[in-house]
Design a protein. Structure first.
Length: 363
């Protein structure tokens, strides 16, 4: 279960960053304000098409797995990711400052990542560290090039451009009328989801997300499920309820909840899963600043060793390894980031060897 959360949180972060569009002067048409009488399928389709119009917001994501039966005494496993992001324009990495906490078995682990437009920072257990400029530049260039080569519409990697019709997730959705979410009036849309359709579409999303060079995922976002894995997932999900809260004035997503009932006797799974994603202060100015007195990158590597996360790697190598011809001058300039990533891989968990790899990034 803990491993599942470690995949879910980076994946959602990928989608949030990938969905940030460029600046737009479009203003909502008051005559088009959504209401309890607006067609539910039209609202769903418009809401997810408008993801690229969310240029800034404060994110709050909660994921909780609550075991039942024999495992109930283990207690819930939960993750919480929150913080602001702000677009810097089309095809640009947005500024962001996310913090995340994982709790399981009475223990907790917290971390964070931020980018102020020029420098990136990572925090572990409340201590901030500055990321090497080489790593930051390689990541930004790779991320932005990924957006340029994969987008099918203006703005960022809009969810609607993935060929996904979200109205198929909720074939019998209901418009439940107006309700408040944070600082916005919204229209609540809910229904029982088509499990096969959701799994198929999530696979499409992860295939796209895995192609984005995002730190913290370590290239571990799954790209494709086997037919056996799909069948097992479909059989284990006994119920899946999705609720969407869309802005009444702008039809921009404000909240998404997914409530799943998992039961699989063979795999000894009996649990409830809740995902709750909320966006507030949408379109408002966000404050994203560098942390005070961050420690150097070499100290971060030591902290990663101490936390037992060394095998994740902090490289940022371009997908496929080696040099990336899509990044300016990368084919003619030695790529220290790629060398560092290779060095970490070859260290194979040896802490002493992993620390020596840092020499490749300090120049």
């Amino acid at each position: 279960m803990t491993r599942s959360l470690r995949c879910i949180v980076p994946l959602v972060a990928v989608l949030m960053l990938a969905s940030c569009g460029g600046e737009s002067s479009e203003q909502p048409d008051p005559a088009q304000r959504a209401s309890a009488s607006t067609d539910v399928n039209s609202l769903l389709k418009t809401t997810f098409a408008n993801v690229s119009k969310m240029h800034s917001a404060t994110v709050d994501l909660k994921v909780q797995i609550t075991p039942r039966g024999a495992k109930a005494s283990d207690g819930p496993v939960s993750a919480h990711l929150s913080g602001p992001f702000a677009s810097q324009g089309a095809n640009k990495l947005p500024k962001f400052a996310f913090t995340a906490e994982l709790q399981s078995g009475g223990q907790s682990f917290n971390a964070g990542a931020s980018y102020d437009g020029s420098k990136a920072y990572v925090s572990l257990m409340g201590t901030p560290y500055v990321v090497s400029d080489l790593v930051t530049k390689q990541f930004v260039a790779g991320y932005e090039q990924s957006l340029k080569t994969r987008q099918k519409a203006q703005g960022g990697l809009v969810l609607g451009s993935l060929g996904i019709d979200f109205t198929k997730w909720l074939p019998d959705a209901k418009n439940e009328g107006e309700t408040q979410v944070g600082d916005a009036k919204t229209i609540k849309l809910s229904g029982n989801a088509d499990v096969k359709q959701v799994i198929a579409d999530l696979e499409k999303i992860t295939e796209k997300a895995s192609a984005l060079n995002v730190p913290g995922t370590g290239g571990r976002i799954p790209q494709k499920l086997t037919p056996e894995q799909k069948a097992a997932a479909e059989a284990a999900i006994k119920g899946l309820t999705v609720t969407v809260y869309t802005g009444a004035d702008d039809t921009i997503l404000r909240r998404l909840t997914v409530d799943a009932d998992l039961q699989d006797a063979a795999a000894k799974i009996d649990a409830g899963v809740l995902l709750d994603l909320t966006f507030t202060k949408v379109g408002q100015e966000q404050t994203i600043t560098a942390p005070s007195n961050p420690k150097p990158f070499t100290e971060l590597l030591k902290a990663v060793d101490a936390s037992g996360l060394a095998n994740l790697g902090l490289g940022g190598a371009a997908p496929g390894g080696g040099t990336d011809s899509t990044v300016p001058n990368s084919s003619t300039t030695p790529n220290n980031v790629d060398k560092y990533a290779t060095c970490i891989e070859q260290a194979n968990g040896d802490k002493a060897k992993a620390r020596k790899c840092a020499d490749l990034l300090t120049g």
